[in-house]
Design a protein around this ligand. Structure first.
Ligand SMILES: Cc1cc2nc3c(=O)[nH]c(=O)nc-3n(C[C@H](O)[C@H](O)[C@H](O)COP(=O)(O)OP(=O)(O)OC[C@H]3O[C@@H](n4cnc5c(N)ncnc54)[C@H](O)[C@@H]3O)c2cc1C
Length: 420
């Protein structure tokens, strides 16, 4: 006889949602639901999320906010449990949310702990049992059941299994890709993984593009664009950008990272280029036109002074270089400066790796999942949810929305399949 009807592996955002909704769907049916986590204290990633405030969801969530698996499948998942459902669920759990001007929802307390505690209480209220310090080391199919081997040498047999062990981001939280390897062994295809929402490391040097460390601490709105071998921009994003001692951080570089890293993983010799530009000037010609107008208006003005109307002082000085009067700039210099303003080519050496990434791009192929219940088409009885799937969202609460939605579908789906 099985030790549990349902085992949920991983008590992060997706696993907590799965255990809660499984418990709710099975209320009164006497199902034994066990939630296991390898960490001594669950929810490490929830606690550090959103700068310790936990950006729970967004005002508007669409399939366009996600990358990886087919948008039609992502859309189906999001429709089953949308941002309104998340807000209603949080209210049921006693978490009051507030909407910020950026469209992000945070707990009114500004504390991620409020969200984690409410989730843990929610799971407990359904009768599901949480066991921490229970790291899984193997999953084996035994007939219709699953045997989960634990690090302490024990084994738990379950009639159904939900794996919600996360991807590879923030490995010190306990999410080190173990679940991806386990899913592969059970027959799943794993789409190539790279960090996503990771800061970008630039090559230092004496040129303008190499001097990022001089501007460390400055935050500006900037446009980053990824160009393919033909030079055409494949992806562009405009938002706030922070210069750091190693390169660039903040929403724009974080959102860009997965596109560059996945492109490089697909084709390392693809000639990928990244440009950094001021958001008011979509193309160098626009910046050139602006410089010309500024020169016509007041030719005696210093170039650095004109630039300080669009850049912080330190950047304006660096862009101006040796400086001089606007009227004295010849055509070649104006064109060169205009290109730097609108599309400065930057040399991205790497990202900062999984230790600094907020999520994982790539993962279990969505086409192998029945997204009505998140049940595996490859290993019936197994459900998968959260970051381990081949879907990653942009900054703004989208990754949690994915974790809640897929956790809901997996939990409810597994409980209904077990119902007598
Ligand atoms: C610094 C940071 C800030 C973030 N901020 C936000 C934000 O504000 N908004 C947002 O939407 N997203 C944010 N994210 C992303 C978000 O945290 C993740 O998308 C989400 O936590 C994924 O949930 P998950 O449950 O799939 O995986 P995880 O949260 O990684 O949970 C997986 C769980 O499984 C456990 N586990 C792993 N392996 C095993 C094993 N072998 N046996 C047993 N247990 C195991 C782990 O201990 C962990 O508890 C942030 C991420 C980081 C790193």
């Amino acid at each position: 006889m099985a030790d549990a009807d349902l085992v949920v592996l991983g008590a992060g955002a997706a696993g907590l949602a799965a255990a809660h909704f499984a418990g709710e769907a099975a209320r009164g049916e006497g199902l034994r639901i066990l939630l296991l986590d390898g960490a001594k204290k669950p929810g490490a990633k929830i606690l550090v999320s959103g700068g310790g405030r936990c950006n729970v969801t967004n005002e508007r969530v669409t399939a366009d906010d996600f990358f990886g698996g087919p948008p039609t499948i992502v859309r189906k998942v999001l429709r089953s449990f949308d941002e309104r459902r998340t807000r209603a669920w949080m209210a049921e759990l006693g978490v009051r949310l507030k909407l910020e001007p950026t469209g992000k929802y945070f707990p009114e307390s500004d504390k991620a702990r409020t969200v984690l505690d409410a989730l843990l209480r929610g799971v407990e209220s359904t009768g599901a049992i949480l066991r921490t310090g229970a790291r899984a080391t193997g999953i084996e199919r035994t007939g219709d059941e699953f045997a989960v081997a634990l690090q302490d040498g024990s084994r738990i047999v379950a009639r159904r299994l939900i794996v919600a062990t996360g991807g590879l981001s923030l490995p010190k939280s306990g999410s080190d890709g173990w679940g991806l390897a386990a899913a592969r062994r059970l027959g799943h295809t794993i789409r190539p993984t790279t960090p996503a929402l990771s800061p970008l490391v630039l090559k230092p040097g004496r040129t303008l593009a190499g001097r990022f460390a001089d501007f460390s601490g400055i935050t500006i709105d900037a446009r980053l664009a990824l160009h393919g071998p033909t030079g055409k921009p494949l992806y562009a994003w405009t938002d706030s950008t922070l210069f750091t001692h190693f390169g660039l951080s903040g929403p724009t570089p974080l959102n860009m990272s997965r596109h560059l890293l996945q492109a490089r993983a697909d084709d390392p010799s693809g000639g990928w280029r990244v440009t950094f530009g001021h958001p008011d000037f979509p193309a160098p010609a626009d910046a050139e036109e602006w410089l010309r107008r500024e020169a016509d208006r007041n030719g005696k003005r210093l170039v650095s002074s004109a630039l300080s109307s669009i850049f912080p002082e330190r950047l304006a000085q660096a862009y101006a270089g040796t400086d001089g009067r606007l009227a004295e700039m010849d055509r070649a210099r104006r064109r060169e400066l205009a290109t730097a303003i609108a599309a400065l080519e930057i040399d991205v050496v790497s990202d900062r790796g999984y230790s600094f990434a907020e999520t994982t791009a790539g993962g279990v192929d969505l086409r192998e999942i029945d997204v009505r219940t998140m049940e595996s088409r490859v290993a019936p009885g197994l459900h998968l949810c959260g970051e381990m799937l081949d879907v990653d969202g942009r900054i703004g609460g989208f990754n949690f929305q994915w974790a809640w939605a897929t956790g809901y579908l997996a939990g409810r789906g597994a409980a209904r399949a077990l119902a007598p």
